[in-house]
Structure formats: structure tokens, C-alpha cells
Design a protein around this ligand. Structure first.
Ligand SMILES: NC(=O)c1ccc[n+]([C@@H]2O[C@H](COP(=O)([O-])OP(=O)(O)OC[C@H]3O[C@@H](n4cnc5c(N)ncnc54)[C@H](O)[C@@H]3O)[C@@H](O)[C@H]2O)c1
Length: 699
């Protein structure tokens, strides 16, 4: 329950916000704060004020759960409150005891001085929700830091440690001891000086410098457009900082207010707020309550130190967990460990990791050829070749050797986790942990719940995901799990489109313009075309799939064109470059394949390309929900944003589908089913929701 306390320390009133867990500025907190401020200002015995937060946080920001909800007309706004504080004749000092984020920092900027504790972090992360600071942050921050530093902070949304904030001029001091006591002393000093308190709005010096550099904003816009391609909010943040530098304070504030209101109502911000909540939702598993006991993970092991195993081992070391990697040959082990070493060295060379930290992490990774060395591990993650027989043999061996309490996880991307679990005597302790490549970079982790995986195993792996810096999403066992199963539906259509008349660069452009970092063909070249080619051949041999639409991809592989690693695939690449260039040979191969299949090529419009790629992907997502293989549609959104580059400002495929309207998607899917057959049949869930006029977000 929100509470705001006022406590007297001599002539100073210490006002403490207490709204756990992050002291968010909810309507109730703001109301309480306004009451305390008004009462304090009316009390002649109070000469100065200190604002602080209870617990470990100053103020985490606005209460975003209240966005878009009606506010009581009499409720004070943060802007009004800041104005009252800034205009007060008694000095206000912010005692920033922990994070001051968003509205929290804006509140502090409205005070006349700021003292931070050493662990505090300060910033304006609104941009990450598609918003911008709406209570004067874009106007006051540049007056303290200068325009360039303010642009960097507001456009990136990153929080700065207290020491950096001191260097930038955001805080007046970093207090080593009791930050509230230091702020009280500072407030007493300001009151005793008898001068009107210094209002941030009146500071002009640092923004003057920007006026002499008119090109600054244009350049910043260009760079930001590259860095945050497709995102609207960063550009609107720049507009506001430019207003701070060029307009009188009151005018700048008005411009910020208008931009903020436009942002709150924007589609992008709605999508980004959805993603914010979806990320928090993934941890909730209905039948595995939050208090489910977990197994302590003190030591880990990884089997196989190839592309994935090496990256997986790095995740453990980065989190401070000792990890042993097991390889089958000395050469493979040396190669794997040397790649890990090179990866760390590259990060250190970029200044993102100190030599000492690098050595510490490398020291946590041990290589071995002997399985006996991992007997005591609490979790083993298997990342050997993708072949069922090898996986089974590995799991039998692990089951016999590793302590019975340990969890045995597989990183398989296509094989049946239940079949692997069945060869062990501990199927309750077997689970899939499907990392994405590069495993030390990609945030997504699909945790694959086997039929017998216990609640403890699931809870342990979900908690471990967070500990190693991943977003763990729980999925069920099926071919390709959630992400790759949907990917297959998408790449299949991309391949069909090129046989019907489009060219790879045309398809890729549509997907790139939609907001993905690259289209399906450039992605194939990056991942290596031989990987899916081998899987296709295996599936064909098993009689599982004989779809003829991959004929061009097969032929490219037969020519040895495996993508970027061979310098040519769907595109050609000049030496040392990753820029895809169209290749007449590929075009000729496509035209020949179309002719052989008796297809009359036609011009395909961008809109059709987008619908053909996205709607079947969404339809597959609906089937996955129907089959209970993902817990909620927002989990699918998280998978696609973090594993496949779906633009976060569109909220993920299922959120996007709701914005398009399921009736429209159903209509297109029905047409596609008529034209292409059963594989494109609308999912029953899509049919039902469209009929009921609902969306995936409100089933
Ligand atoms: N590469 C990807 O993008 C990706 C993504 C997700 C999942 N996966 C899955 O991860 C697993 C590993 O894939 P990868 O790309 O790292 O393969 P890889 O070929 O790069 O590495 C496999 C490593 O396992 C070693 N190995 C094989 N048998 C072994 C054994 N019995 N004991 C110890 N080591 C053994 C090999 O020497 C090799 O170094 C596969 O199941 C794959 O499907 C791969």
C-alpha cells in the first residue's frame, strides 16, 4: 500500500515515498506526496525538505499499469507536483538512495539539489516503452548535463551509475555514508544561505553550447535512425531535447507534453508496453507455483564444445558458475576452448570486459575428455551432434555417471526430448534447454518441458535462465518447438513465393522494411543453408516431408553454395563483406525450377509478400496455442522478438495479429488454403477467435 511519510529532523522535513516494490509514482503515491509537500510548505517551522525512497530504490518511475486508465480529476499530476517543488521558496534536496528512473529522476531534477548513494543508478528509460519523459525530463536534464549527454541518456534509455551522474552534473554529490543524513545537512546549508533555491529550469549555460552547433541534431537523428531503425520514440526524444535547446523553458515543456501524449496513444508504445509485461509474464507457470523448490546450481557441465556448447559454457562462466566442458577428441576440445578464448578477447578488446574479469571467467571453464570429471555437476547440458543415436548414447552415459540429483538437459533443436528422457532412469530430471545461436549472445532460451519433467526441474531451469541472463520461455515437445516450428511455416512460404514469381531480394526487402534485421534468404545464408538441407534430407528419408518447394535451396546446396561461409548462397558476398548481392545464377536456377514445376511466374506485390510470410507464421502460432505447447500468446511474442528479430515495436507476431484483426488474417488464410491446400488451413483457434471478434491477447 502506497504510503508517504513526513518526518522532522530539526527544521528539515524528510519525506519518504513507500510504495513497494519500486516506489512507483501511482496516483495514490502522488496524492500522498502532494499532501505532504503542501502541508510542509504551509508549516513555518519547516525550512527545507529532503525527498527520498523507502527500501533500496528512490523511485522506479511512473506506474505503467495505470497508463491509459482514467485518472480521478482531482489527482495531482507529476508535472504539477514538480512545478510546486521547483517553485517553492524552501529548498528541496533529493536523497537518491537507489535507482531513480523515469518519473523518479524527473522528480529529482525538479528538486534544487541531488545527493546520490554510491550504488544508485539514474536514467530516463521511457524510450524503451516507446515513450519519452513526460514530466520535464527532456527539458531539465540537458540544462544540467548539456545537450549531447542528455541526448545519449534519453535516446538510449540507459541508466547511469551515481559516479557517472556526478561527472555529468546530474547530482551534486555522491554520499559515501547515510545519503539521507547527507541530504539533510545539504538542505540545512541551502536554507541557511537564505538565497532563493536554484531552479533547474533557470540553468541556461550548458544548453547554450548546442546553439553554436546547428548540425548536431540533424546528425544525431541520422545516427539514431540507423541505430534504432523503425522506432519512432527515439526521434521524438530528439525533437524534445532540441526544443529544450531552442525554445524558452515553458514552450519546451509544452512541446514535450504534446509529444508525450502522442507517444502514449501510439501503436508502437502500446506494442512495447505489451512486450514489457510479456517479459514479466513468461516466468509464471500455472502448475509450477513461484514457491516450487529449486535445485541449487553450484556447478555445471556442457557436453560438446562446438558452435553451441562453447557459447553455453560462456553463459555459466559469465554468471560466475564453474562449468566443465566435455569433448570427444583433444582436437575438438582445443578448438572449442580457443574459440571461447577468442570471443572473450574480442569483448575485452572492445572495452566491454576487463582483463581481470576475462581471466576470472576463463578460469571458471575447464575442458576435459573424461566424463568422470563431471560426476558432481548439478546440471549437464548436452550439445553434441544432432543425431538421436548419439544423444541417446550420451544420456545413457550421463545417467549412469552423474549424481542422481542432477538435471540432464538437451540442447536439441529438432529431436524428441521425451524419447531422449526415456533412455534414462531419471526422466523427471530431463528437460530441453534450447539455446539460440550465438548462444553467448542471444537472450532467448526455450525450455522444453518433457512429458515427465518434474516441477522442480522446470522451476530450476526457469530460475537458472534468469541467472545466466536469458529469458527462459517454457514450451512443449513438438517438431521444432515453438520458434523453429513457426519459422518453418514462414520460410516455406518464402520459398513458395520465389517459385511463384518473387525474387529473394524482393522478399527480403519486404521483411526488412517490416522491421526484421534481415529477410528469410539473408538469414538462411547467415545460418548456413546446409543445416536445413541436411534436416530436409533426413526428414525425406524418414518419409516425413516431401514438399517440393525447397527445390531451389536444395540445388544451391548441391552446388556447394552454403551461404556466407562459402561466400555464396541465396546471394553472393564479396570477400570480407556480409552485404548480400543478387546473383544471376540464383535467378536462373529459380526461373528454371518454376518452369519445371509448371508455374507461371507473376509479379507479386509487397503487401502480398508480407501477408504470405506473416499470416501462415501466425497461423502456426495459433495451432501451437491450441495444442498447449506455449502457455500464452505473449510467450510466443517473446520468443519471436528475442530469438528471431521480430520488431519489438510491433509487439511480436501474435500481438501484431491482433492489431491487424483476426478476421482479416482468417480471410487471407482461407484463400491460401484454397490455393495451396491443407498445409495452410486456418487454425481452429484462429477460426474461433475471429468468429467471436476477439484477439489472441483476449482468448
Ligand atoms: N547451431 C545452431 O544454430 C543450433 C541452435 C540450437 C540448437 N542447436 C543444437 O545444438 C546441438 C549442437 O549443435 P552445434 O551446432 O553446436 O554442433 P557442432 O557440430 O558445432 O558441435 C557439436 C560438438 O559436439 C562434439 N561431440 C560429438 N559427440 C560427442 C560426444 N559423444 N561427447 C562429447 N562431445 C561430442 C563434437 O566434437 C562437436 O564439437 C545440436 O543438438 C543442435 O541441433 C544448434
Amino acid at each position: 500500500m502506497a504510503e508517504v511519510k513526513l518526518e522532522r529532523r530539526g527544521s528539515v522535513a524528510v519525506i519518504t515515498l513507500d510504495n513497494p516494490p519500486v516506489n512507483a509514482l501511482s496516483v495514490a503515491t502522488l496524492t500522498g506526496l502532494a499532501q505532504r509537500v503542501t502541508a510542509g510548505l504551509a508549516d513555518p517551522a519547516i525550512k527545507a525538505f529532503v525527498l527520498t525512497g523507502a527500501g533500496k530504490i528512490f523511485v522506479g518511475g511512473a506506474d505503467i499499469r495505470e497508463f491509459g486508465k482514467p485518472r480521478p480529476a482531482e489527482a495531482p499530476t507529476l508535472s504539477q507536483l514538480i512545478e510546486t517543488i521547483e517553485n517553492a521558496s524552501a529548498p528541496f534536496v533529493a536523497a537518491i538512495n537507489g535507482a531513480a528512473a523515469g518519473g523518479g529522476l524527473e522528480l529529482a531534477l525538479g528538486c534544487h539539489a541531488r545527493i546520490a548513494s554510491p550504488g544508485a543508478r539514474l536514467g530516463l528509460p521511457e524510450v524503451k516503452l516507446g515513450l519519452l519523459p513526460g514530466a520535464g525530463g527532456t527539458q531539465r536534464l540537458p540544462r544540467l548535463t548539456g545537450v549531447e549527454a542528455a541526448l545519449d541518456m534519453i535516446v538510449s534509455g540507459e541508466l547511469k551509475p551515481a559516479e557517472a551522474a556526478l561527472a555529468l552534473g546530474i547530482v551534486d554529490a555522491v554520499a559515501a555514508g547515510d545519503v539521507v543524513a547527507a541530504a539533510v545537512a545539504h538542505a540545512e546549508k541551502l536554507a541557511a544561505a537564505g538565497k532563493p533555491p536554484q531552479r533547474t529550469r533557470d540553468l541556461g549555460g550548458k544548453i547554450e553550447a548546442a546553439k553554436a552547433k546547428p548540425e548536431l541534431f540533424a546528425n544525431y537523428r541520422k545516427e539514431t535512425a540507423r541505430r534504432f531503425r523503425g522506432y519512432e520514440a527515439p526521434q521524438r526524444c530528439i525533437d524534445c531535447v532540441e526544443a529544450a535547446a531552442t525554445l524558452p523553458f515553458a514552450e519546451g515543456l509544452k512541446a514535450e507534453r504534446a509529444a508525450f501524449l502522442e507517444r502514449v496513444g501510439s501503436e508502437q508504445s502500446k506494442a512495447q508496453r505489451h512486450v514489457f509485461f510479456a517479459e514479466r509474464e513468461v516466468a509464471k507457470i500455472p502448475d509450477v507455483p513461484a514457491d516450487t523448490p529449486t535445485l541449487p546450481i553450484k556447478a555445471a557441465a556442457v557436453i560438446g564444445c562446438g558452435t553451441m556448447g562453447g557459447g553455453i559454457a560462456m553463459n555459466f562462466a559469465n554468471a560466475g558458475i564453474p562449468v566443465t566442458v566435455v569433448e570427444s577428441t583433444k582436437e575438438a576440445l582445443e578448438r572449442g576452448l580457443s574459440i571461447i578464448g577468442k570471443n572473450y578477447a574480442a569483448t575485452a578488446a572492445k572495452g566491454r570486459l576487463s582483463q581481470a574479469d576475462m581471466q576470472k571467467r576463463l578460469g571458471l571453464i575447464k575442458g576435459t575428455l573424461a566424463y568422470e570429471d563431471i560426476k558432481a555437476a548439478d546440471i549437464v547440458i548436452e550439445a553434441v551432434f544432432e543425431e538421436m543415436d548419439i544423444k541417446k548414447e550420451t544420456f545413457r552415459k550421463l545417467d549412469a555417471l552423474v549424481k542422481p540429483a542432477a538435471i540432464l538437459a538437451t540442447n536439441t533443436s529438432t529431436l524428441d526430448v521425451d524419447e531422449i528422457a526415456a533412455v534414462t532412469k531419471r526422466p523427471v530430471k530431463v528437460i530441453g534447454t534450447h539455446f539460440f545461436s550465438p548462444a553467448n549472445v542471444m537472450r532467448l532460451l526455450e525450455n522444453v518441458r518433457g512429458r515427465k519433467s518434474s516441477k522442480e526441474t522446470i522451476a530450476t531451469v526457469m530460475a537458472l535462465s534468469r541467472r545466466i541472463g536469458k529469458i527462459g520461455v517454457l514450451v512443449g515437445v513438438c517438431d521444432g518447438f515453438v520458434g523453429n516450428r513457426m519459422l518453418a511455416a514462414y520460410t516455406r512460404q518464402a520459398n513458395a513465393l520465389i517459385l511463384e514469381g518473387a525474387l529473394p531480394h524482393e522478399v527480403d526487402k519486404v521483411i526488412y522494411d517490416f522491421g526484421f534485421p534481415m529477410g528469410p534468404f539473408a538469414m538462411g545464408d547467415l545460418a548456413g543453408l546446409d543445416v536445413s538441407w541436411r534436416i530436409r534430407k533426413r526428414r525425406q528419408a524418414e518419409g516425413k516431408d516431401n514438399y517440393p518447394g525447397y527445390v531451389v535451396g536444395d540445388r544451391l546446396c548441391e552446388m556447394g553454395r552454403f551461404g556466407q561461409k562459402t561466400g555464396q548462397g541465396w546471394f553472393r558476398y564479396e570477400a570480407g563483406s556480409r552485404t548480400p548481392l543478387s546473383d544471376p545464377l540464383v535467378e536462373a536456377t529459380i526461373l528454371k525450377a518454376s518452369a519445371e514445376l509448371g508455374l507461371k511466374r507473376r509479379k507479386i506485390a509487397a503487401e502480398e509478400i508480407l501477408e504470405r510470410c506473416m499470416y501462415p507464421l501466425i497461423n502456426e502460432g495459433a495451432k501451437i496455442l491450441d495444442e498447449g505447447l506455449a502457455l500464452r500468446s505473449s510467450d510466443i511474442d517473446i520468443i519471436w522478438i528475442n530469438g528471431y528479430g521480430f520488431p519489438a515495436y510491433r509487439g511480436g507476431p501474435m500481438f501484431y495479429a491482433d492489431r491487424v484483426g483476426l478476421a482479416k488474417i482468417l480471410q487471407v488464410m482461407r484463400r491460401l488454403e484454397e490455393q495451396h491446400g491443407e498445409i495452410l488451413r486456418p487454425a481452429p483457434l484462429l477460426e474461433r477467435l475471429a468468429r467471436e471478434g476477439k484477439g489472441f491477447g483476449e482468448p
